[in-house]
Design a protein around this ligand. Structure first.
Ligand code: ADP
Length: 460
């Protein structure tokens, strides 16, 4: 049964809020923005049909985490659904449950499958059940440092400690020798408790210079599911993504098939609905290991849209209304109908200074000139001439997404576009990104997750 949405509230800010407003408008759906006092002059709220200031006495971050206030507003303003974007409440099953109780559709997976995939440990256990390989580790919360020491003795250093509830690199520690293990164990526990309110941590072997490759999937409420192939997100700093491309180049067809099939297996086992991403690490011998599933739209969904021609955010909204994948509205009658065309690269332009250890910069943007032309898409947030970059939120300013029939040409287009863009008044990482794109190792598609650490000339 199809439940038409008239109005959608976006419980988020910045570029992803704008991305969702655009998708809703294209579908003929009205949009509601929420914003904090600090975001009073932010562009995203003007992109919605209605916008409301909320969280008046709350800290800037907490405004977008205020479940009751957001749901209450959605009900009062007649929203049929809430899109959570990424970060904030997007992976919170309690929020999804509260939406359900208030008669509001949560645009994302069911509470049941969110709980199923709940945290990194639960999702590894689910992978074991369906025979998908995971990184060797102790896949339960550790009770003592002793357990960690024994594991590291068996498997050898380095090892990685991870918070079961982790995300955004928090609660994660790489440990190279036993003398550091105890200290890092407690510090990972503490960080997890502070960030996620729960101190469950587990341990894994730290793989030597893997690639990070992830598979996008879409599943409807009627049991249909497809994958939209993979993205290579190996260009990272401190385990966080900086630039992504799709499809992964320099991987074998056999590996691609294994990754996509295993992603489908995991999504099915989780009874997953809506858009999701299954993340893997891949070692030099093309062994792949599932690490986690992200039950939400991701920052880098854009490059998959470019190579498949499928609007993932529109699909999310249509799936939530009950449309099957093979409906004319979504238009994906089968896996075979998802075809790949060309190459796409996404560069995250941030207001960070690479020469000062990527410290976020703040202040007024004096000049903001964008870029366009064939093969370039810009998904922007709050940047415009005269806007202010505040210290309260993440430093993503605009995403430059290039597309071309060859990887090399997609790279050239990305470089051309970054050079064309003109941002003055705050520091950005533009020059650094150009150095990455110009590097011969990048062009070969052989970069692993240590590329930035291993390549000091990127900072020249
Ligand atoms: P988060 O959810 O905090 O972003 P992830 O589990 O997704 O953390 O891991 C982020 C990155 O950390 C990976 O892309 C990879 O670079 C690195 N990483 C995580 N686990 C391992 C591992 N076992 N071995 C090597 N690198 C790892």
């Amino acid at each position: 049964m199809i439940k038409h949405f008239n109005k959608v509230l976006v419980a988020n800010r910045g570029e992803i809020a704008i991305r969702v407003f655009r998708a809703c408008k294209e579908l003929g759906i009205q949009t509601i923005a929420i914003y904090s006092e600090e975001d009073k002059y932010a562009l995203f709220r003007l992109r919605a049909d209605e916008s409301y200031l909320i969280g008046k006495k709350k800290k800037p971050i907490e405004v977008y985490l205020g479940m009751e206030e957001i749901i209450d507003l959605a009900v009062r303003k007649g929203a049929d659904a809430i899109h959570p974007g990424y970060g904030f409440l997007s992976e919170n099953p309690e929020f999804a449950q509260k939406c359900f109780e208030a008669g509001i559709e949560f645009i994302g997976p069911s509470v049941h499958s969110m709980v199923n995939m709940g945290d990194k440990i639960k999702s590894k256990l689910l992978a074991h059940k369906v025979g998908v390989p995971t990184v060797p580790g102790i896949d339960k919360p550790m009770q003592s440092v002793r357990e960690a020491i024994l594991f590291a003795e068996d498997y050898g250093y380095p090892v990685i400690l991870k918070a079961a509830a982790g995300g955004g690199g928090r609660g994660m520690r790489v440990v190279y020798s036993q003398k550091d293990l105890e200290r890092e164990f407690y510090s990972a526990q503490n960080e997890s408790r502070k960030a996620f309110g729960i101190d469950e941590i587990f341990i894994e072997k730290y793989l030597d210079r893997p690639k990070h490759i992830e598979v996008q999937i879409l599943a409807d409420k009627h049991g249909q599911i497809v994958h939209l192939y993979e993205r290579d997100c190996s260009i990272q700093r401190r385990h966080q993504k900086i630039l992504e491309f799709a499809p992964a180049i320099a991987i074998s067809a056999a590996l691609r098939e294994r990754l996509c099939n295993d992603a489908l297996k995991i999504a099915r086992a989780a009874e997953y609905i809506n858009a999701g991403t299954i993340e893997f690490l891949v070692d030099k011998n093309e062994n792949h290991y599932f690490i986690e599933m992200n039950p939400r739209i991701q920052v880098e969904h854009t490059i998959t849209e470019m190579i498949t021609g499928i609007d993932i955010v529109q699909s999310q909204v249509l799936i939530a209304q009950g449309y099957p994948l093979d409906s004319p509205e979504i238009g994906i009658p089968s896996q075979e109908s998802v075809d790949l065309r060309g190459y796409s690269i996404q560069c995250r332009i941030t207001t960070e200074d690479p020469l000062a250890n990527f410290a976020p910069d703040t202040g007024k943007i004096e000049t903001y000139r964008t870029s366009s032309g064939f093969g370039i898409r810009l998904d922007g947030g709050n940047g415009y001439t005269g806007s202010t970059i505040s210290p309260y939120y993440d430093s993503l300013l605009v995403k430059i997404i290039s597309w071309s029939r060859t990887f090399e040409n997609a790279t050239r287009k990305a470089i051309r576009s970054i050079k064309e863009i003109n941002i003055k008044g705050v520091k950005t990482n533009e020059a650094f990104l150009i150095n990455v794109l110009n590097h011969e190792r990048f062009l070969s598609g052989e970069c692993d997750t240590h590329f930035i650490d291993d390549t000091p000339e990127l900072f020249d």
